[in-house]
Design a protein around this ligand. Structure first.
Ligand code: FE2
Length: 181
């Protein structure tokens, strides 16, 4: 049977309710890959006829997690950033996203001087999802026409988080959710 968005949100809710830890989030990553195998869902969410930009497909009224469709026209390269008190699962649907994962070396977790080291980089291909847990720092780099589905633990519009300017060695508070994904 086809795995629908409705089935995904129910299963993700059950997984997160049972296991509010990195392994619960890993289950969401696996479920998102299952959802991305549903051609009809991918077409409706981020296919050729889907509206450009970012839109919310689902928000859980109890746990607060959200499912977002990202239909990107233009290439974009983000600075390293975290998701504050939230986590994020990125599921690639069309084209690819190059992911870089960083470790903060100065022991801080606030704005100001910060030293980052890149620890991993890999390409997220269609059908694959990656999890970035609470506190993880990553950067994304995708070409024109890249499309993905993202699940975050909370609506990031309401989460205080940081981005990193590698040139100046500073962590900077993100004022707007659109500034960096
Ligand atoms: Fe992100």
């Amino acid at each position: 049977m086809t795995y629908t968005l409705d089935a995904f949100t129910k299963d993700a809710k059950a997984a997160l309710t049972a296991d509010n830890s990195p392994s619960g989030r890993e289950q969401v990553r696996v479920l998102l890959e299952k959802l991305l195998a549903n051609r009809q869902f991918v077409d409706e969410a981020v296919g050729p006829a889907a509206p450009m930009g970012t839109r919310k497909l689902y928000e859980d009224k109890d746990l607060g997690f959200v499912v977002l469709a990202h239909v990107n026209a233009k290439a974009h390269k983000s600075p390293p950033h975290d998701h504050g008190s939230s986590w994020a699962v990125y599921g690639q649907a069309v084209k690819y996203t190059d992911m870089s994962v960083y470790q903060r070396l100065d022991g801080g977790n606030d704005a100001g001087d910060a030293k980052l080291e890149k620890v991993k980089s890999y390409r997220l291909e269609p059908g694959h999802a990656g999890v970035y847990d609470v506190g993880a720092v990553h950067a994304i780099d995708y070409p024109d026409g890249s499309r993905f589905v993202r699940v975050t633990g909370r609506d990031l519009d309401h989460v205080k988080r940081l981005k990193y300017d590698m040139a100046s060695g500073k962590a900077i508070t993100i004022e707007s959710a659109s500034a960096s994904r």
